[in-house]
Design a protein around this ligand. Sequence first.
Ligand SMILES: Nc1nc2c(ncn2[C@@H]2O[C@H](COP(=O)(O)OP(=O)(O)O)[C@@H](O)[C@H]2O)c(=O)[nH]1
Ligand SMILES: [Mg+2]
Length: 325
Amino acid sequence: MSQSGIALSIVIPVFDERDSLPELMAWIEKVITTNAIEPAEVIFIDDGSADDSWKVITELQQTYPRIKAIRFRRNYGKSAALQKGFEAAGGEVVITMDADLQDSPEEIPELMKMINEENYDLVSGWKKNRKDPVSKRWPSKFFNAVTRSASGIKLHDFNCGLKAYKNEVVKNIEVYGEMHRYIPVMAKWSGFKKIGEKVVQHQARKYGKSKFGWQRMINGFLDIMSIMFVGKFGKRPMHFFGTLGIIFFMIGFGILGYLSILKLGRNIFKISERPVFFFGILTLIIGAQMFLTGFLAEMISRNGPSRNKYRISDTIGIDMKHLED
Ligand SMILES: Nc1nc2c(ncn2[C@@H]2O[C@H](COP(=O)(O)OP(=O)(O)O)[C@@H](O)[C@H]2O)c(=O)[nH]1
Ligand SMILES: [Mg+2]
């Protein structure tokens, strides 16, 4: 048991899912009681929904006291919601799940077993038989192939909303931007190596509509570059920029030095008539720029980022002060 004595935390990001919530909560409750998973908490993070999702959550809480909730003042994105949910989660096992009824709560007991008994750090769902339109499935296949080869983690479905974690995993990763797609990659970089997957049931969306279009997909691709970079050089950016800086600087220095010696020796040409002269100047400047970038990155990373500040307007069952820090 963790210090809080809670066996399971279910973290559910919500954005305009009013119609799905009552059915989802009833289903989760059924799974928890039939499998005697106690104590369990369900944490909803309402991310500035424009419909009455918050009102529905508040009402559901009267029936199901295990519900806790956080409400953002505006929409910050799925990653932000997961991050705050992870900070609030006290369960020994933490399971994330979409709010739209596409993920099945029936998978919970088996996922818990894989964490508790088979000692996995992280288990990702795999929507093997995915009930979404082709416009979603194909980009997703491509995305998964890229992420697989970039990260070396052999998962089929990185972006599955249904995942299970050991508590210490969620406390040791920081999810922001559109990074929720790369949580397994972040977990690996943080030293959690036992990462597995489980084929999970997937349903077509019953109510409401999908919130992930191509704009968010592009941000997702940019984020994988950040994640690989931060994972490798986040704490020592000068090693990356400095190395590139030295290479460029030496090339430029070599070219200009060579031209200077020629000029001094024979003085028979105008230095600016040699095209390589401009190349030399260019690489020298790029080299110097790289160094400056490296120094700036070092200074910023030393002062620590404050990107996980989100404005929270309400909470249920959760200490708000501790969350806004
Ligand atoms: N907190 C939060 N949750 C979101 C946001 N966008 C989507 N979600 C939730 O993430 C889950 C998956 O989103 P969905 O639109 O169904 O994506 P799809 O399954 O890929 O079509 C659902 O539970 C959504 O409510 C967001 O901006 N903030
Ligand atoms: Mg969905």
